[in-house]
Design a protein around this ligand. Structure first.
Ligand SMILES: Cc1cc2nc3c(=O)[nH]c(=O)nc-3n(C[C@H](O)[C@H](O)[C@H](O)COP(=O)(O)OP(=O)(O)OC[C@H]3O[C@@H](n4cnc5c(N)ncnc54)[C@H](O)[C@@H]3O)c2cc1C
Length: 452
C-alpha cells in the first residue's frame, strides 16, 4: 500500500498564506496554495502606486515565482467559494470550472479583508477604495484624469471641483495617501500645466474620529496632523461623511464639491466565517482558539485579517505582522503534527511596532514606549518596508525609484491606462469598474459627461 502523503491547502497568497507556505517548505506533505490572483501584493505601498510613485510591478510578485523553488508546493489560481468541513474539501472556481472540490488534510484560511462602506455600499460607485492593484491604478487614473480635464476645461470656474480631492478616513491609508498626494501635486505636477496651477488643488481628509491615526498614541497623532496641515491638507475631524455622490461629499451639512473622492476608511473580512458557518466577531472575523484553529477542528487554521483573536484582553489588529506571524505559526504547527512532534504552545503575537509616513521625510513610529516622529522615523519606515518586500529584485527597484524621486521629485508611473482596450474611450476615465469587473465601461461619473 502506498503511504498517504498529507495535503495542506492554503487559501490566500497574501502575508499570512505566504508565511504559512514558507514555514512548510521542508514538511513531508503536499502543499497546495490557492489564490484568486496570480500575485502576492505588498498592500502597505499601494498608496504609492495610487500616487504615481511606484508602478504595480514594484509591489506585486507572482506567487508562483516566490515559491518556485519550493518543490513540495503547487500554486493554483482560482477563487475559493466554500468549505465542506465534514468532507474536508474547499470549492474552487476558475474560468473553466465552477466549485471544483479540492480535498485537504489540513486547511489554512488566509483570505484577508476587503473594504467596507459601513452599510453604504452605494458610496463605492463614487468613492473607490484602495485594496488591490486594480484599485490603485484606477485611483491613479482618476487623479491624473482630474488634472487633464481641468487643463482642457475652458471655464476656470469648473476647476474647483476637479481640483478638489477628498479622502474619507484618516487612518494610516488616508494619512499616507494624503501626504503622497500633496507631493505629487505640489512638486511633480507643479510646472507642467498652462491653464491651471496644480499647487492650488485642495486635499481634504475627513474622519468621524477626533484624531488622525486613531490607533497611534496621541502625541504621534498630533504630530501627524500638524505635518499634514503643513503640507496643505485640510483635516476635518469629528464628522463622518453623510453623503457621497457624483458632485462630491456632504460633511456635517456642508457640501464639498469634488470629482475625486477616495474611500480610505474601514475594511471587512473575507466571507470565511460564512463558508465555515462558525462564530464570528462583530466585524465578521472568524473566532479562533489560541492555537489559531477552529473550535472542534484542529485541522483548520484561520490567520490574518480574516481571523479574530484576543491577546491580553484586546483584539489583535489587522496588520501585516500579525498575519505573517500567525501564518508562520500555523505552518509550523502543521509541520510538527505531520512529523509526529508535540504541538507548540499557544500563539503569541510579538508587536514590533507600527508606523505611518506623512509625505516626504516624515513618519511616525511607535514601538513599545518609544514614540518617534520626523526624518529618523521616516528612514526606519523605508528600511522596514524594503525588508518586507517579497523579492530582492523589488527591493532594489523600489529603493532606486525612491532615491530618484527624493532627489528629483519625478515620479515613476504617471500613465493613465485604459486596461480594457482602445485608448481614448470614456472607459479610460473609469477603469476602476472596467478592471474589476472585466465588463464594458459603466456610465461615467460626472467628469466625462462634461467633455462634450
Ligand atoms: C492600503 C493598505 C495599506 C496597508 N498598510 C499597512 C501597513 O502599513 N502596515 C501593516 O502592517 N499593514 C498594513 N495594511 C494591512 C495589511 O496589508 C493586512 O493586514 C495584511 O495584508 C493581512 O494579511 P492576510 O494574509 O490576512 O491578507 P492579504 O494579505 O490581504 O491576503 C489575502 C489573499 O487572499 C486572496 N483571497 C481572498 N479571497 C480569496 C478567495 N475567495 N479565493 C482565493 N483567494 C482569495 C487574496 O487574493 C489575497 O492574495 C494595509 C492594508 C491596506 C489595504
Amino acid at each position: 500500500m502506498r503511504e498517504h502523503i498529507p495535503r495542506v491547502v492554503i487559501v490566500g497568497g497574501g502575508f499570512g498564506g505566504l508565511a504559512a507556505a514558507k514555514a512548510l517548505r521542508k514538511t513531508p506533505a503536499q502543499i497546495v496554495l490557492i489564490d484568486r490572483t496570480n500575485h502576492h501584493l505588498f498592500q502597505p505601498l499601494l498608496y504609492q502606486v495610487a500616487t504615481c510613485l511606484l508602478g504595480p510591478a514594484h509591489i506585486g510578485s507572482p506567487i508562483r515565482g516566490i515559491l518556485g523553488n519550493q518543490k513540495n508546493t503547487t500554486v493554483i489560481m482560482g477563487e475559493v467559494t466554500g468549505v465542506d468541513k465534514d468532507q474536508r474539501c474547499v470549492f474552487v472556481s476558475d474560468a473553466d470550472r465552477k466549485g471544483a472540490p479540492v480535498s485537504y488534510d489540513y486547511l489554512i484560511l488566509a483570505t484577508g479583508a476587503r473594504h467596507s462602506y459601513f452599510g453604504h455600499d452605494e458610496f463605492e460607485k463614487f468613492a473607490p477604495g484602495l485594496k488591490g492593484l486594480a484599485d490603485a491604478v484606477a485611483i491613479r487614473n482618476k487623479i491624473l484624469q482630474a488634472f487633464e480635464q481641468a487643463e482642457g476645461e475652458e471655464d476656470p470656474r469648473r476647476h474647483r471641483d476637479l481640483l478638489t480631492f477628498v479622502l474619507v478616513g484618516a487612518g494610516p491609508t488616508g494619512v499616507e495617501l494624503a501626504g503622497a498626494l500633496t507631493h505629487l501635486i505640489r512638486k511633480t505636477l507643479r510646472s507642467e500645466f498652462r491653464r491651471i496651477d496644480p499647487s492650488t488643488a485642495r486635499i481634504v481628509l475627513v474622519d468621524m474620529g477626533n484624531r488622525v491615526l486613531g490607533s497611534f498614541s496621541e502625541d504621534l497623532s498630533k504630530a501627524a496632523k500638524q505635518q499634514l496641515e503643513k503640507l496643505g491638507v485640510e483635516v476635518r475631524l469629528g464628522h463622518g461623511v453623510d453623503q457621497i455622490d457624483e458632485d462630491g461629499v456632504i460633511v456635517a451639512g456642508e457640501r464639498i464639491l469634488s470629482k475625486t473622492v477616495i474611500w480610505t476608511a474601514g475594511v471587512a473580512p473575507s466571507p470565511a466565517g460564512k463558508w465555515l458557518n462558525v462564530e464570528t466577531d462583530r466585524a465578521g472575523r472568524v473566532r479562533i482558539q489560541k492555537d489559531l484553529t477552529l473550535p472542534g477542528h484542529h485541522e483548520i487554521f484561520v490567520v490574518g485579517d480574516t481571523a479574530s483573536l484576543d491577546q491580553d484582553g484586546r483584539p489583535l489588529a489587522g496588520v501585516a505582522q500579525v498575519a505573517m506571524q500567525q501564518g508562520r505559526y500555523a505552518g509550523k504547527q502543521i509541520h510538527r503534527n505531520v512529523t509526529g512532534q508535540a504541538p507548540a504552545g499557544p500563539f503569541r503575537y510579538f508587536d514590533k511596532g507600527t508606523m505611518a509616513v506623512v509625505g516626504k521625510g516624515f513618519a511616525g513610529l511607535q514601538t513599545g514606549k518609544l514614540h518617534l516622529s520626523g526624518l529618523l522615523a521616516w528612514l526606519a519606515w523605508g528600511a522596514v518596508h524594503l525588508e518586507f518586500l517579497a523579492q530582492s529584485n523589488l527591493r532594489v527597484s523600489v529603493f532606486l525609484q525612491w532615491v530618484w524621486t527624493y532627489l528629483t521629485d519625478q515620479r515613476g508611473s504617471r500613465l493613465i491606462l485604459n486596461l480594457h482596450g482602445s485608448e481614448g474611450r470614456t472607459a479610460a476615465v473609469y477603469p476602476h469598474e472596467v478592471i474589476v469587473s472585466g465588463k464594458s465601461a459603466p456610465k461615467a461619473i460626472g467628469v466625462a459627461d462634461r467633455v462634450h
